[in-house]
Design a protein around this ligand. Sequence first.
Ligand code: DQA
Length: 147
Amino acid sequence: MNILVLNGPNLNMLGIREPGIYGNESYEALVNMIEEYCESKAIDVTCLQSNHEGALVDYIQQAYFDKVDGIVINPGAYTHTSVAILDALKSTGIPAVEVHISDVSSREGFRQISYVSYYCFATIMGEGLDGYLHAIDLIEEKIGSEI
Ligand code: DQA
């Protein structure tokens, strides 16, 4: 099984940006945690991050051609604005889980809409960085149940 973990804008600033909301761990620490977790489960994982909407669309499309089995995506602020990222996910048909480090449901009104949630089969929020591992578990269960 191979999984793409995709992070959007400003998630490369983890550990620096608003630590009261996003914690003290860096993006590099997040990637290390995900890679170790996946290694322990014999899952191939690729972690990518971009601050650019079009690059995120390109990575999602490439996942189709690379025959990726599942996508974990935190689109950052593009969650609340990007029909293009939603359409890219829909184009691939790859099972996807949406992750937010913070509990967006208890934040500003403009964070209450998520375009990718129209496609993702689950949304995890407010679990900090562990939410990514939870999302990987959900992808694994979903793919396992479809075989
Ligand atoms: C976020 C929540 C978004 O509203 C915000 O724009 C982010 C991070 C989260 O992980 O909690 O950049 O997706």
